[in-house]
Design a protein around this ligand. Structure first.
Ligand code: BES
Ligand code: MN
Ligand code: ZN
Length: 498
């Protein structure tokens, strides 16, 4: 994981170092510990507030360089609006907003987690720390020339907290989730010449082994033996081998059925013989965002020792056009035995997922399966980047996902499924075809997947709009968002841990 910040915790009485960030609210008052720290700078602050006409509106701030009366390079005051009304998700945002105010030139910063009239709990303080982590992430591995004013090492951020011991106990669980998000972001941001299917599998193995999860990797030969011909058909036009990675974390009761997460991992999607136009094709290095999320999630669950049995199965292929590539009109037999007529080789994600979903269902008999896939451009047309599309055969699972979405800010919007849509993928020559025409493109893609889950409670998340290239937020400035790791971690935490 790219390490852009190091975090530490100390008491509210600790002398601040570097850029000092303090908090206020609409009253413009400070907590007693903050007042102590700011002693001597009162006059400078009053003048700065006046000059800015600072009213303490939520998330507004005042920035003072070399403040008179304080022996520090910079003082930043951030208002949280109404301190008494802060929700759990606001503390994550607070960490993101605060980290975003620290200039690139700074080496050290101190964030004083002290609010007038409210106590910041260890849980909330740990959320702030997670927000700092997520916001500070940068993918700059391939930049050989750093900006002149940029500091050359990681930024050291010290959080001054009311309950130091409590915060230290609360943070590791958040840190595990944060590391999972950053792992997912790294995978999405990596270019496809570096991150091909074998390299993705290698990284999944390396990261998951480091937190005690079990990993199995199936190569081309193993996939052929298993009968995953729909998946292999997508990869056959590439000189890169395909892979399926099975990740297992057994933190639950011995005989309890696992929860299963399935990811689309097309490390690059040219469209194949149905080749995509040139403009924007570089974004298709992110067509493994679903698999990245599953890998990051499994990392998070293992690293925080979640009391759940979980499996992650990802299908890794590269979709390329060459002499060996699959053609429109080809008919492949999937692992399930169902045959598929290829109409458009660019509708490849569903072919990969068909085999991986079936495999996961047959082998693990999971409590539920949730798949994540950058599956259709049509979901961007429908929902933009604000919500991921949710398709499901199970109302209870859908409601749980929607609730976890509200809690984490990784929101999902349920879309319809039905027999009328399903008819659109019937084929003249095979059991089904891989596209259903222009209309309802995200729905017909989901109908296709549903043919590979039987009665297993299942949800499909179309993350084409949220996994990559989504608008920057308070907790993310990177192209790859790591979307879904926090959502699914929350789902597991709320409902599936013994
Ligand atoms: N990977 C794409 C979907 C996509 C588009 C992801 C934009 C992220 C951003 C997928 O494999 C694809 O090409 N889908 C086609 C399906 C069509 C051929 C039925 C699409 O959406 O156009
Ligand atoms: Mn495609
Ligand atoms: Zn694709």
């Amino acid at each position: 994981m790219s390490e852009s910040v190091t975090l530490s915790f100390a008491r509210l009485t600790t002398a601040p170092k570097g850029v000092l960030i303090v908090l206020t609210d609409e009253s413009l008052a400070f907590g007693a510990p903050t007042q102590k720290i700011l002693k001597g700078a009162d006059a400078a602050l009053t003048r700065a507030f006046d000059a800015e006409r600072f009213k303490g509106k939520a998330w507004s701030s005042v920035d003072l360089l070399a403040p008179a009366g304080l022996d520090l390079p910079r003082l930043i005051v951030i208002s949280v609006g109404k301190a008494a009304e802060l929700k759990a998700s606001d503390f994550l945002k607070l960490g993101g907003v605060a980290a975003g105010k620290i200039p690139a030139s700074a080496r050290e910063a101190t964030l004083v987690l002290d609010l007038p009239g409210t106590k910041v709990s260890p849980e909330a303080a740990a959320e702030v720390a997670l927000g700092v982590r997520l916001r500070s992430y940068k993918f700059d591995r391939y930049k050989t020339k750093k900006k002149d004013d940029a500091n050359d090492g990681p930024l050291a951020v010290s959080l001054l907290v009311a309950d130091e011991a409590g915060t230290r106990r609360a943070f590791p669980v958040k840190e595990a989730v944060g590391d999972g998000v950053l792992l997912a972001r790294d995978l999405v941001n990596e270019p496809a010449n570096v991150l091909d299917p074998p390299e993705f599998a290698r990284r999944a193995q390396e990261h998951l082994a480091s937190v005690g999860a079990e990993v199995e990797v199936m190569d081309d030969a193993a996939l052929a033996r298993a009968g995953m011909r729909a998946l292999l058909g997508v990869g056959q036009g590439s000189i890169k081998e395909s892979r399926v990675v099975v990740m297992r974390w057994n933190g639950g009761a011995k005989d309890e059925a696992p929860v299963a997460f399935i990811g689309k991992g097309v490390t690059f999607d040219t469209g194949g013989i149905s080749i995509k136009p040139a403009a924007g094709m570089e974004d298709m290095k992110g067509d493994m965002g679903g698999a990245a999320c599953v890998t990051g999630l499994m990392y998070a669950l293992a690293a925080r020792k979640a009391k759940v049995n979980a499996v992650g199965v990802i299908g890794l292929v590269e979709n390329m056009p060459d002499g060996a590539a699959q053609r429109p009109g080809d008919i492949v037999t999937s692992l399930s035995g169902q045959t598929i007529e290829i109409i458009n080789t660019d509708a490849e994600g569903r072919l990969v997922l068909a085999d991986v979903l079936w495999y996961a269902k047959e082998r693990f008999k999971p409590q539920f399966m949730i798949d994540l896939a950058t599956l259709t451009g049509a979901i961007l047309v429908a929902l933009g980047s604000e919500y991921a599309g949710l398709f499901s055969n199970d109302d209870a699972l859908s409601e749980r996902l929607a609730k976890a979405g509200t809690e984490t800010g990784e929101k999902v919007w349920r879309m319809p499924l039905g027999a009328e849509y399903d008819k659109l993928i019937d084929s003249k020559f095979a059991d089904m075809k891989n596209t259903g025409g222009r209309n309802a493109g995200s729905i017909t893609a989901a109908q296709f997947l549903q043919r590979y889950v039987d009665k297993t409670p299942w949800a499909h998340l179309d993350v084409a709009g949220t996994a990559m290239s989504s608008p920057a937020s308070d907790i993310n400035k990177s192209w790859g968002s790591g979307w879904g790791v926090r959502l699914l971690n929350q789902l597991v935490k709320d409902h599936y841990e013994g």
